[in-house]
Design a protein around this ligand. Structure first.
Ligand SMILES: Nc1ncnc2c1ncn2[C@@H]1O[C@H](COP(=O)(O)OP(=O)(O)OP(=O)(O)O)[C@@H](O)[C@H]1O
Length: 582
């Protein structure tokens, strides 16, 4: 990876803001290095009388050095304070801005992106990955800046004293680096294991918590917990492996090589000293400065483990940024009417084509039902009508306009979607219904709730419309949730309704109520309904039977029965199964 790309990734796409912060850190590090210079000066003045007996101690110079040291202390206090405050608020700002930008970006991604995405995975990126990158770039990059400054300053200073000693100081650094890079690769592999284990744990927890009721009902909570426990175990052993298998050896190795460096400096110095080619003062100066150079290098070594972990987090954040939204037209065209047509539409999820050159008509203000075996492509058709994805061949038209020539919000503004997987937010019932029309009055909300047959059960709740719904709607029954989602759609009053009929069989009372709510919703609308029970769509204006992504047959209920094809068989099967309750 190029340094520029890496820097872009580590600074969460805001390198200039980050560089400004880093300049302060550099300044801070220069000021922090001043005492070393002053100390060397003091040592020099103290040693001078020893080297030439009879000379007086240069007290003025020594006092000046002490004064300089005090001034540095005061200056450093304020600079440190400024750097600390700026850095903390600055980094927090960088992370926040990047998260907001990512949030905005995610908002623009196609609905299809979400339906194919694991929620645990996304939240890992938004929470854990951001934290990992944030923590490290906050700690590591300033350290790198400090190391660079100290290196350059010390190298210049030392080279001015004695080039042979300078060589001895820096010789071990390139020797230690290859080991560090070798370990970096090894750690890359180990940290990939660790991150996979962490992701597995995050998804496992989410799944366990959301599915706990189902699991308990099937006496599977224990078994599923065992699998979650195994994920925890894997995470733990990967973390231990990371420390013992890679991090510890790297820092030990680095420490060893650099300790050899101190030995080398002492040896070279002693050799030059005995030959009279080096003054004792310079020998002392080298010993002090060698330590100040090696110390940050060691810190850098210990950062290597964190760096490889962070790199993957950074890559995952970038991968989300690189997800492209569906192309939006410059000017959104206005559809004439609300009919939907599929013209020779083909569609594939990745490599797998699931709709093959199909042409369909969904006339305005009429109910068209989609029927067919599981996996025949019914849901895909409804989702393509709302442009969750773009077709791979042909075109989907809304009111004569290709949906690709309309802005997504223009399309979704005309469509009410009532799918099976109803999601209610952890908010009041009123707020959940209001989503359909943010500026609706309370009367309108109640009217919609009445039409969707949920007003009575809402009023029976202790807090009525202000009752807070559990996350995902968990405190309401399936039928109640579905009716609230219908009330939401009724309030939106969009001219097109996409409806996925519930597969789960509901109790007769709920079923009647839902049918009543649906009848209110679909009146005078362009409706595409996915029907699982044929009896509920007998009166549909048109029924399209899909099979393996092809249109097998279409017509009214009577026409299809008379035809004696797939529909007639399905009808006979469902009649035999005695599904009807009416
Ligand atoms: N997000 C997806 N990624 C990959 N393949 C998918 C995706 N969604 C659906 N499919 C596949 O596309 C095919 C058609 O699926 P679709 O959900 O449209 O069928 P369906 O008729 O609505 O089925 P069901 O009645 O069971 O809901 C199936 O083979 C399914 O496995």
């Amino acid at each position: 990876m190029k340094i520029k790309e890496w820097f872009q990734m580590m600074t969460l796409g805001q390198p200039y803001k980050y560089l400004r912060l880093m300049l302060w850190c550099l300044f801070d590090s220069i000021v922090m290095s001043i005492p070393y210079g002053l100390m060397l000066g003091a040592v020099y003045y103290l040693l001078a009388p020893l080297a030439q007996p009879g000379t007086a101690l240069p007290t003025t110079a020594l006092w000046l050095l002490v004064g300089g040291f005090l001034a540095q202390l005061i200056a450093y206090f304020f600079i440190r304070l400024k750097t600390y405050i700026d850095a903390s608020t600055g980094y927090a700002g960088i992370i926040k801005d990047s998260q907001i930008t990512l949030g905005e970006h995610l908002r623009q991604l196609s609905m299809g992106f979400y339906s194919a995405r694991d929620a645990g995975d996304l939240s890992t990126v938004l929470l854990r990955d951001y934290q990992t990158v944030g923590d490290l770039s906050q700690q590591m990059l300033p350290q790198v800046a400090v190391i660079l400054i100290r290196f350059v300053l010390a190298a210049v200073l030392l080279a001015a004293f004695d080039w042979r000693m300078t060589l001895a100081v820096f010789l071990v650094i390139p020797l230690a680096l290859p080991f560090a890079f070798l370990s970096l690769r090894r750690m890359g592999r180990i940290s990939a294991d660790l991150q996979n284990a962490q992701r597995e744990v995050a998804s496992g927890i989410l799944e366990y918590v959301s599915g706990i009721q189902t699991l308990r009902a099937f006496h599977m909570a224990g078994a599923q917990f065992q699998s979650l426990k195994r994920s925890f175990e894997r995470e733990r052993s990967a973390a231990i492996h990371m420390e013992t298998g890679a991090a510890a050896p790297v820092s030990m190795l680095g420490r060893f090589v650099l300790s050899c460096g101190i030995g080398l400096v002492m040896l070279t110095g002693a050799f030059l000293l005995t030959r009279g080619e080096l003054e004792p003062f310079y020998y002392l100066a080298f010993l002090i400065l060698t330590l100040t150079i090696y110390e940050p290098v060691l810190t850098l070594f210990t950062f290597i483990a964190d760096f490889s972990r962070t790199r993957r987090s950074g890559e995952r954040i970038q991968a989300l940024f690189q997800e492209r939204p569906l192309p939006e037209p410059e000017v959104s065209q206005t559809p004439q009417g609300t009919d939907i047509t599929f013209e020779h539409v083909s569609f594939a999820y990745g490599e797998k084509e699931v709709l093959h050159d199909i042409s369909l008509q969904f006339p305005a203000r009429s109910v068209t039902a989609l029927v067919g075996p599981s996996g025949s492509g019914k849901s895909t058709v409804t989702r393509l009508a709302a442009r969750f994805w773009d077709v791979t061949g042909g075109a989907v038209r809304l009111g004569g306009v290709d949906v690709r020539d309309m802005r997504t919000d223009e399309i979704l503004g005309r469509i009410s979607v009532v799918f099976q997987d109803v999601y209610l937010f952890h908010d009041s019932i009123e707020a959940n219904i209001r989503m359909g029309k943010p500026d609706a009055t309370m009367e309108e909300i109640m009217e919609a709730a009445k039409a969707a047959a949920c007003h009575d059960f809402i009023m029976a709740l202790p807090d009525g419309y202000q009752t807070i719904v559990g996350e995902g709607g968990s405190t309401l029954s399936g039928g109640e949730k579905q009716r609230i989602s219908i009330a939401r759609a009724l309030l939106k009053d969009a001219p097109i309704v996409l409806l996925d009929e519930a597969t789960a069989s509901l109790d007769p009372e709920n079923e009647v109520l839902i049918q009543q709510a649906i009848s209110a919703l679909v009146a005078e609308k362009t409706v595409i309904v996915i029907a699982h029970r044929l009896q509920s769509i007998m009166s549909a204006d048109n029924i399209i039977v899909l099979e393996d992504g092809w249109v097998a047959e279409s017509g009214t209920h009577e026409q299809l029965l008379a035809r004696g094809g797939i529909y007639a068989n399905l009808w006979a099967e469902q009649s035999r199964a005695g599904i009807w309750r009416l």
